[in-house]
Design a binder for this molecule. Structure first.
Ligand code: 13P
Ligand code: SF4
Length: 341
């Protein structure tokens, strides 16, 4: 029995080894062999239940390899998952990521059942700002539009003119055609965006608790000790970004690796993300000065199974908040299609 979830643990069958040989080959250098026999029965049980339910599992790139490679139908950064939710045909979406990502899926696919396996999977950026804070900022800067990172609650998105992700933040800010923008809530991402636009940004003091921990000394150590190229997420402190060979979002990092094919790289970002890219680029050696996101780690194979079995935890958003939040997300997706907002 899985005590916290009160689930019977699925049992090992020897045939599983053969049926999942291709998956094992893909992730065996990422998942310790001791864990493989624990994960595989869950992977099989989830994949079977998913088919019965007609559900789609979407997993953020920061999900552990056994989830990302083993059970997800759609994988990607927060922008890719938001787009996939908007385009999804399935009636049930299980969002393996953090709460704001599941909310975005529900906002964009309002008639679907969107489930998150653990309601406590939060985000320090989303927790750093409330809808009241946004209203107060607007009062201090009348007429200045608000751009919010998608790492915010639905209530904050409802107070926002247009959302962005780290993949499209510069493009979204510039699409407004104004000289001043309130940019929320990540101070480091905001400072990075400000450097790449001629637009004045009013910033908030939010920080990602995972990326803020990296230091310039760690980055230099990875370069000098391992002769590695440095690739950093823009949620890192500015002095870390200053050391990097490339600064980019989750998806941009993958594209950079495909283009540059470095011999050795240090990904200054979340650990599971580095693991998942390692599986994609076997010719590159990955040095890992990484930190795990504790919120992403709350999602596990047993709670994904429980989520599908019991249809929990259902994401609900009050209709008026969802309608206003939808506008800010659909405007972001329109910018991606080259439209002006
Ligand atoms: P992406 O927008 O790159 O998916 O990142 C989301 C996130 O939470 C990064 O820490
Ligand atoms: Fe939030 Fe940082 Fe975790 Fe991303 S890595 S979900 S920004 S706490």
């Amino acid at each position: 029995m899985n005590s916290t979830l009160d689930l019977p643990v699925p049992v090992w069958r020897d045939e599983l080894e053969h049926e999942y040989a291709a998956l094992r080959a893909r992730i065996e250098h990422l998942v310790p062999c001791m864990e493989w026999s624990l994960h595989l029965p869950w992977i099989e049980a989830i994949n079977r239940l998913k088919l019965q339910r007609g559900a789609v599992i979407m997993a953020h790139s920061y999900q552990s390899p056994e989830i990302f490679h083993g059970v997800a139908d759609v994988t990607g950064d927060s922008l890719a998952l938001a787009q996939a939710a908007a385009d999804c045909d399935a009636e049930i979406i299980v969002l393996c990521g953090v709460h704001f990502m599941a909310e975005s899926a529900k906002i964009l696919a309002p008639h679907k059942t969107v489930l998150i396996p653990d309601l406590e999977a939060g985000c320090s950026l989303a927790a750093s700002i409330t809808a009241d804070d946004v209203r107060a900022l607007r009062a201090q800067h009348p007429g200045v539009p608000v751009v919010s990172y998608v790492n915010t609650s639905a209530a904050v998105k409802a107070e926002t003119d247009v959302c962005c992700t780290s993949a499209n933040a510069v493009q979204v800010v510039e699409s407004l055609g104004v000289d001043k923008v309130i940019f929320l809530p990540d101070a480091f991402l905001g400072a990075h965006v400000a450097k790449h636009t001629g637009v004045e940004l009013v910033l908030w003091h939010g920080r990602c608790e995972v990326h803020e921990k990296f230091t310039a000394a760690e980055a230099r150590h990875a370069r000098e000790r391992f002769d590695a190229k440095l690739v950093a997420h823009p949620e890192c402190p500015p002095e870390v970004l200053a050391e990097a060979d490339f600064v980019g979002s989750t998806s941009a990092m993958g594209k950079w690796l495909a283009r540059e094919q470095p011999k050795r790289v240090a990904l200054i970002t979340e650990c599971s993300m580095a693991d998942n890219l390692r599986a994609q680029f076997p010719a590159t050696e990955f040095i890992k000065p990484c930190n795990l996101c504790p919120h992403m780690q709350r999602i596990t194979l047993p709670n994904i199974y429980a989520s599908l079995r019991d249809l929990r935890h259902v994401i609900e958003i009050p209709a008026d908040i969802a309608a206003r939040a939808r506008l800010s997300l659909t405007r972001m997706l329109a910018v991606g299609r080259g439209e002006r907002v």
